[in-house]
Design a protein around this ligand. Structure first.
Ligand SMILES: Cc1ncc(COP(=O)(O)O)c(C=O)c1O
Length: 409
């Protein structure tokens, strides 16, 4: 009789993983307060201001500027740092599309660099080879919440006079050497979109320690107005990217419970790293003592099919899903192979815009391996489970391995 759930056996998971989003009367009370106050916009109410101050302080940043998405946070951070038309910005090949489209949005050109398979972050040793006369910035992505090696990156940026705009969309409270990411470089952007560890369905924030960058972030996100200026006077190119009081009401409540949740995710990540790494053919990310905090937006692990009878990654994932484990393959293709880049469809309605880079010529082996062969992601809400949930994950992998003969390679 078949043992694996994919073949009709009993699944490992008997009790469901925690649900997401998590909310209670704190979100409800804050929202009620905003509705009843009649002050629904950030120009009238104080929720956005309060959240901005709390978030920036928690992240050891001098300034915070709330906006309505993580994507626009990155574009405005780039623009406000002076990055513009025709300049090249280095970004990893393994990231969400927004890291690269934010660069295109300011008229700059994304140049992709491979990732380090031990971290799934940009391989800092490969950055210098990608620098040209046009390079003006690097966008490190703290992927899944794991901080990039900021020591090395700061050295490179200093040597080549490059700005660092951190994509911290997934890295709320993550720390490199006791320093919160997001404003270690010139500026950084965070996301509060639905799947994120701190969420208001949509939203984002820019952090910076630079007064001038902060001033332009405020202006570019608020129709080009200036601090203390007249409402209908506009000095710079901007738009209405303001966060609402409703979003900040929810974020204030979310943020209160965040530290406890972060601890739980980190504890579970440690458990999984210890136990999964003991299974032949499963590898986990490298431990780096300089990482003193990790949001664990994703728990990322690597699958080596040669230890699983050459079973393709997709089939392995399906077998685990049938056992009741919630996991995904992550990005299915490298970012530079997306139709957007292959066709240089950067103009209006996808019109081709020749930016002087042929994205068809890219081949970043570690990025390709992550997409096609190895990357497995556990989402952040799974990482809020109890120890039994974590054991179920490990036991499901062991079960699939022990019964691998039930699956065709
Ligand atoms: C790495 C990364 N960068 C940028 C973003 C963009 O954030 P948003 O969806 O809030 O625009 C996301 C969010 O999905 C992300 O994961």
């Amino acid at each position: 009789m078949a043992k694996l759930a994919i073949n009709g056996g009993a699944p490992i998971k008997k009790k469901p993983f925690p649900k997401w989003p998590v909310w209670d009367h704190h979100e409800l009370n804050n929202l009620k307060e905003v509705i009843e106050s009649g002050k629904w916009g950030s120009m009238q109410g104080d929720k956005v201001k309060t959240f901005t101050a709390k978030y920036a302080e928690h992240h050891q940043a001098k300034h915070g500027i709330c906006v309505n998405s993580g994507t626009i946070a990155l574009s405005i951070a780039l623009k406000s740092s002076g990055i513009g038309c025709g300049e090249e910005v280095i970004v990893p090949g393994y990231t969400f599309v927004a890291s690269a489209t934010a660069i295109l949005d300011v008229g700059a050109i994304p140049v992709f660099v491979d990732i380090d398979p031990q971290t799934y972050n940009i391989d800092v040793t490969k950055i210098e080879a990608a620098i040209t006369k046009k390079t003006t910035a690097v966008m490190p992505v703290h992927f899944g919440g794991r901080p990039v090696d900021m020591d090395s990156l700061l050295k490179i940026s200093k040597k080549h006079n490059l700005k660092i705009i951190e994509d911290a969309a997934q890295a709320w409270g993550s720390e490199w050497n006791h320093k919160k990411v997001g404003a270690i470089g010139d500026a950084g952007g965070f996301s509060f979109q639905s799947s994120k560890n701190v969420t208001s369905a949509e939203g984002g924030i820019i952090l910076t320690n630079d007064d001038d960058i902060a001033k332009f972030c405020r202006s570019h996100s608020n129709c080009g107005r200036v601090d203390g200026g007249v409402w209908y006077e506009h000095y710079y190119l901007g738009g209405n990217f303001r966060m609402t009081e409703f979003q900040a009401a929810v974020l204030l409540a979310q943020f209160e419970r965040y530290p406890e949740m972060k601890k739980k995710r980190e504890k579970n990540a440690q458990f999984l790293s210890e136990h999964l790494s003991q299974i032949d053919g499963i590898e986990v990310m490298k431990n780096d003592p300089r990482i003193t905090g990790n949001s664990i937006h994703l728990f990322i692990w690597r699958y080596k099919k040669e230890h699983f009878n050459n079973l393709p990654k997709a089939k392995f994932i399906e077998a685990l899903q049938k056992e009741g484990i919630i996991l995904s393959a992550g990005y299915s293709i490298p970012l530079y192979t997306q139709p957007l880049f292959k066709n240089l469809a950067f103009g209006p309605r996808g019109k081709r815009a020749d930016v002087g880079v042929d994205y068809n010529s890219y081949f970043l082996p570690e990025t390709e391996r992550a997409c096609y062969e190895e990357a497995l992601w556990l989402p952040q809400f799974v990482m809020l489970g109890d120890e039994d949930d974590m054991k179920d994950i490990v036991n499901a992998v062991v079960k699939v391995k022990e019964n691998i003969n039930e699956l065709k390679s």
